[in-house]
Design a protein around this ligand. Structure first.
Ligand SMILES: Cc1ncc(COP(=O)(O)O)c(C=O)c1O
Length: 426
């Protein structure tokens, strides 16, 4: 077969884009060469519907070994009793939990989307909001922290069957213990989607939700620095008999319901090449150097939030406990939308995403904020002493987002700076 230059040229251009820029998208990271090698391996050729030792295809003995390694390593990282490493993505992990725990039309409750929640926690255009009845809680207007009083008030009144913690844009630690008490009081299942801070939790830098939640879901590609994918985990509740009965009238364990919800409930054959890459990433997360990395992610995020505040920006909640922060642009530049800010910064090779901020006056297409995170630049070796300089470059662009000579000057500085921080070995 002739080399597919159309695609490989595109891949090379993306490689150059990643090398040259300052990557501040809070949900992105740069995986290791070993993770990429596993993903690009012959394991992509194998069909393996089912689970290790119980497959619907022959020839699965070898991939059983890598899936089992992924399972064992993941359990060790989070002190889990049961895990499923097959979800193709975070949204599919969440879908499997809904399948296992709810009937269509049941009520559930998650963080409001415009205040940091994820699409799969109840957006009207997502399966969660289409097939189930979504209720929400928000953050407090005075300090940007989760409003647990309001959550309790709505939950006691509405009695959702599933209570979801976790977010896509929330920079503070969660009170999981309070949420579990609430779930127990109203008889709900408590799920935490730790997709964003999973790497920090793995390194012991933030509280481990497995100690509180019945079920925990995550992506593997954000702070956890693995391939794109999802996972589901359970701690001490894994063995609970659940009130949902099989067609034969048996009461099944929650973990068994979740396994069948992933396959055959919402997926077919697992991506064994991605599962092998997850196993590699989990091995990396168990290495002591991963803790140093996560501590640096947090130090960088704290330094960056302080630099934004020093420049007169409104950082929602005043700072960050984790890897990310939301900048409400309205305080410093009332006319500037997140959409224009994102576009101008991308032209300067600084990648961020526009984001709704709590109590936003603009639509999700315009927004009044940007979301910024440090996992990717930290992987490249950038330290906290550079955060002031990065914020200075961002501010130069945002002060004159239409000025092409400013954008060009900032881009040249960004490209020059990032030459010192290689990513890929090849
Ligand atoms: C909290 C949370 N859950 C789930 C997801 C969905 O993950 P995926 O894009 O892999 O479906 C995201 C993605 O940003 C997320 O932030």
């Amino acid at each position: 077969m002739k080399r597919d230059n159309a695609i490989f040229d595109i891949i090379e251009r993306e490689h150059q884009r990643q090398l040259k820029g300052i990557e501040l998208i809070a949900s992105e990271n740069f995986v290791s060469d070993q993770v990429m090698q596993a993903m690009g391996s012959c394991l992509t050729n194998k069909y393996a519907e089912g689970y290790p030792g119980k497959r619907y295809y022959g020839g699965c003995e070898v991939v059983d070994e890598s899936e089992n390694l992924a399972i064992e390593r993941l359990k060790k990282i989070f002190d889990a009793e049961w895990v499923n490493v097959q979800p193709h993505s975070g949204a599919q992990a969440n879908m499997a939990v809904f399948m296992a725990c709810l009937k269509p039309g049941d009520k559930f409750m998650g963080l409001n989307l415009s205040q940091g929640g994820h699409l799969s926690h109840g957006s009207p255009v997502n399966f969660s909001g289409i097939m189930f009845q979504a209720l929400d809680y928000g953050v407090r207007q005075d300090n940007g922290y989760i409003d647990y009083d309001q959550m309790e008030e709505v939950a006691r009144r509405e009695r959702p069957r599933l209570l979801i913690g976790g977010a896509s844009a929330y920079s503070r630690e969660w009170d999981y213990a309070r949420m579990r008490r609430l779930a127990d009081e109203i008889g709900a299942i408590f799920m935490v989607d730790m997709a964003h801070p999973a790497g920090l939790i793995a390194a012991g830098e933030l509280d481990n939700p497995l100690r509180y939640a019945h079920i925990v879901t995550s992506t593997t590609h954000k702070t956890l620095r693995g391939p794109r994918g999802g996972i589901i985990l359970m701690g001490k509740d894994f063995d609970n008999p659940w009130g949902k009965t099989t067609p034969k009238g048996e009461i099944r364990k929650m973990s068994a319901l979740l396994d069948s919800a992933v396959f055959p409930g919402v997926q077919g054959g697992p991506l064994e090449h991605v599962i092998a890459a997850k196993a590699v990433a989990f091995g990396e997360a168990l290495d002591p150097s991963f803790k140093d990395y996560q501590q640096q992610v947090r130090r960088n995020a704290r330094a960056m939030a302080e630099a934004f505040v020093a420049k007169g920006y409104n950082v929602v909640s005043g700072g960050t406990d984790n890897h990310c922060m939301l900048i409400d642009l309205r305080t410093k530049y009332p006319e500037l939308t997140g959409k224009v800010a994102e576009k101008a910064l991308v032209q300067a090779d600084i990648t961020v995403n526009k984001n709704m901020v709590p109590f936003d006056s603009r639509s999700p297409f315009q927004t009044s904020g940007i979301r910024v995170g440090t996992p990717a630049i930290t992987t490249r070796g950038v330290k906290e002493d550079m955060m002031g300089e990065i914020v200075e470059l961002i501010d130069r662009v945002l002060s004159e987002p239409e000025n092409t000579s400013v954008i060009t000057a900032v881009r040249e500085k960004v490209n020059q700076t990032m030459k010192q921080f290689p990513i890929f070995a090849y």
